[in-house]
Every structure is written in C-alpha cells, then in structure tokens.
Ligand binder design. Structure first.
Ligand SMILES: *Cc1c(COP(=O)(O)O)cnc(C)c1O
Length: 471
C-alpha cells in the first residue's frame, strides 16, 4: 500500500469508525456468536496473493462486527468499563503511525518525557502526594506483579534475583478476601508460592479488617514466615469496597512490609475531591496503581503505576547489556527498567490527548454523571417491590437481585437470578455480570461507558424488569 492509497483508505476507515460509534446502539451489547463461528468464517490459510482493501472492509461487517461484544455501547453495564473517547482513538492512530519503540529515553525522548510529565499531571489530579514517580504499565495485573517483585527483592536484601528463591526464608503476601485474582496470579509468578498468600477476612462493609491482618502477620512471624507485602484494594471488583489504608499503612510501617495499593477501577474517582477520603492514608503506600483504561476515557492499554522509590523496582528489573547502553544511561529515565517487557508503545500520547481535550473538569463531570446514574438506578431498585438492592452503590457499582413474592428459598432464588442474567444478556439491550455476595447469586451493574446517559440506564432497567416478570 503506497502512501497515496493509505491516505485514501484511512479516510474511508475513519468513516467506518464514526458510523460504528454513531450507530452502536442498534447492536446487541453482547455478541450473539456461537463458539467457532468466527473461525469457521475465516479461511484456513493466509492468502497467497494480495486482496483488495474493499474485501477487507466488507469482511469487517460480515465477520468481525457480529463477533464483537460492544464495550463502547452506552448500555454496556458489565465488568468494569474499558471506556474510550475520540481524542484517545485519534492518539492511538498517531501512536500506530509514528510506531516508535519507547524502550529507552534515546529511542524517543518525547515518549519518555511526555510519559513522566502526564503521569505527574495524573498524580496531582488524584491527590497523590509529591514523591511518587509514575510509569505506564500495560495492566494493573502487571503493575501489581512489578510491586510484588520489588517487595520480594527488598525483603531478600536483593539476593533473590542472584541466588534464586530456593533456600531463602518463606515470604508471605496479604490481601483481602475480596482482592482481585491478579494478586494471586502475581504471587505465583513472583515465586512466593500460593501457600504463602494470606486472604484476610473482610468486615460487613467487605473491606479488609486491620485486626485480622495484624493477627495473620503475628501468626506468620511466630512460624518463621517473613511478612513481605500487603496489597490493599480501593474499589474491589465484586462490590467496590475499599480497604482502610490508614490502619493498614500503619501496620505495614510497623512491620517493615511493602504496601501496594490496587485502585484499578476506583482510582479514577480520586479526581473528585468529594471521594478523596477513600484514599486517606495513601501517603504510606510504596506503590499505587489505577487504570485510566477503565474509567478515564483512555483506550486500553494504559495503567498508571506510581512508585515511592522507583529505584527499588529498577534495581529489581534492570539488566544492562551493551546494546542497551547509551550515552545518557543513568542520567535519564529508561522506562524499560520500570516494567517487564523491553519494548514499549508510545502510550502517553493518548493520555495527553485525553487530558488536554477534556480537561480535569470534563473528566470529573463524566465521573460524577456515572456516580449519579448509579444512585438513581439504586433508587429504582429499592422502590421495585420484587427487586432487592444487595450492595452499593459504591461509586458507580451496585449489585441487586430479583426477589418476587413466593419465589422460594435461597437455592431457588439463586437459580431464578441466574436465569434472569442469562435472559437479559441474550436479549442484548444491556449486558450485566453475575456476582456472589454472602454466597448469594447477584446481578452486578457497573456504569462507566463514556456515552452512558440517563435514558440508557432507564432502558436497561426497563429491559431487566420486563424480562424478569416474563420469566
Ligand atoms: C480490573 C481490575 C484489575 C485488573 O486490571 P488489568 O488492568 O486488566 O490487569 C485488578 N484489580 C482490580 C481491583 C480490578 O478491578
């Protein structure tokens, strides 16, 4: 494809992109594809000869779009949002066009220095104190893994990387029973062993109980196990609960334990001064992660990871072969030492586009709108005689269940709600995620798509009640 053709086709593709977004509400939110359907529509081998671009475009409509679950649909209420925005999409086009590898400062100074700068903008915007340095990781999972590795090396006095973990003291990691699965995954990858992962009980509010954390630490100390890292959550995936950072940080400080805060979803809400109290005590954290790629209009992937002492992470991850040594090594930031992959995309560009296009006030307005919509929906659920609000709303996340008169005991109610969830998701007007709260089956709603307005939540609620009453 020569550049003249590229220009022509790029315009055609932008038409397709804009139309997709304009007409997205006509599509079912969740793909109706059966397993194997997309693969069956694709040939078994790559074409030997070049094909016309028009054929590709046609196959987008024929094969790809029916196989998509539309995350940018304003009635997408499942999981957490992975919202996006036109400025972010445009920046992604530029990132793909420049196609630099920002592994070192030298391999694109603008990518490195913009990353440092926009992450500092974000740090200030969420009220994280001075002294935290930021880096973009692909995902919160990866940031948490990096934190666990740095915590491990610090606890082992930097000997783990040299000598391996066999023969060293067992190291324990603590997180609440409601913590995300990525913590357990990180614990296993970082070599702690699942046996040394402590899931700390939560209270009525689903937040980690500090006295239970203290007790678990004491039990480990008595047994000769070294407490190494606590991963606290702001905004759990299940119900949006937040662990109390103040007492947790105090416990970590007293025992010399590394504190990592996973605020993957809820971190965006810290842009709102009225929600800053959720993070009270965060100044004690060693590292903190949140995902602008969830609730801050920035395309996946963009996870903002802030470190109190980045040198602990770079000491853990840095390896310097001759071909990666540059004149500036040591005097500039080489982000390759701040994460697991060597190669890095220019991801700061989309954050820069988003922050400048909306301003912090524009982002705050969106966050407040979503939180208000969740409150409104919670009100409708409370008023419906045959429905019950189970948790929340915590920020823009709530869980509820259908509970009609005479529906039977808990097992029957669980089964009924599972049928309801499947029927709602098959229907296509909205898309919800199941959950379990106090071992009961619940339906979980998370509001956060960029263009979700009141009418979309109304339409979704109407679909849910209609389908429930028709079961
Ligand atoms: C979504 C989520 C994660 C995982 O995020 P990725 O960026 O997909 O790795 C981790 N922790 C919490 C609390 C989350 O909500």
């Amino acid at each position: 494809m020569d550049i003249a053709r590229f220009r022509e086709r790029a315009h055609a593709l932008v038409e397709h992109m804009a139309t997709y977004l304009e007409e997205i509400e006509r599509r079912p939110v969740r793909s109706r594809c059966r397993p194997g359907e997309v693969a069956a529509a694709l040939p078994a081998t790559a074409p030997e000869e070049p094909e016309p671009f028009e054929a590709l475009l046609a196959d987008l409509e024929r094969i790809v779009l029916p196989g998509l679950t539309h995350w940018q649909h304003p009635r997408f209420l499942a999981y957490f949002p992975a919202n996006s925005s036109p400025p972010s999409v445009l920046a992604e086009m530029l990132t793909a066009t420049y196609a630099v590898n920002a592994m070192l400062w030298q391999t694109s100074p603008a990518a490195t220095e913009m990353e440092t700068t926009v992450l500092d903008w974000l740090r200030r915007a969420i009220g994280l104190p001075d002294g935290f340095s930021g880096v973009i990781q692909s995902t919160a999972s990866e940031a948490t893994l990096c934190a666990l590795l740095a915590a491990r090396e610090r606890a082992l006095d930097w000997r783990g990387n040299e000598e391996g973990l066999a023969g060293g003291p067992p190291l324990a990691v603590y997180a609440s029973a409601e913590a995300h699965s990525s913590v357990e995954k990180g614990v296993t990858i970082a070599g702690f062993g699942r046996r040394f992962f402590r899931r700390i009980p939560v209270g009525e509010d689903f937040a980690l109980r500090p006295e239970a954390l203290e007790a678990a630490i004491r039990t480990d100390l008595d047994a000769g196990v070294r407490p190494c890292c606590v991963v606290a959550t702001l905004g759990t995936t299940g119900v949006g609960a937040s662990d109390p950072l103040e007492p947790v940080g105090e416990i970590c400080a007293r025992h010399g334990i590394y504190l990592h805060v996973d605020a993957a979803w809820a971190g965006s809400a810290l842009l709102l001064p009225e929600w800053r109290h959720l993070a009270a005590g965060v100044e004690r954290a060693d590292s903190f992660v949140f995902n602008p790629h969830k609730w801050l209009l920035t395309n996946f992937d963009c996870s903002a990871h802030f470190l109190r002492r980045p040198e602990e992470l770079t000491r853990t991850l840095s390896i310097l072969p001759a071909y990666l040594r540059g004149r500036e090594t040591g005097s500039v930031i080489d982000y390759r030492d701040w994460g697991i992959p060597l190669g890095r995309r220019f991801r700061a560009l989309k954050l820069w586009f988003v922050l400048r296009s909306y301003g912090l006030e524009g982002l705050r307005a969106m966050l407040r709108r979503h939180i208000a919509l969740a409150r409104e929906l919670a009100g409708w659920i409370r008023e419906a005689p045959d429905f019950e609000l189970v948790t929340g709303p915590n920020l823009a996340l709530l869980t509820f269940r259908y509970r009609p008169e005479g529906a039977g005991g808990n097992a029957a109610l669980d089964a009924l709600n599972e049928r309801l969830l499947n029927a709602v998701n098959d229907d296509g007007r909205t898309y919800l995620t199941p959950g379990r709260v106090h071992d009961r089956y619940v339906l979980r709603v998370s509001i956060g798509q960029a263009r979700t307005e009141q009418r979309h939540v109304e339409e979704a609620w109407r679909a849910i009640t209609e389908i429930a009453r028709g079961l």
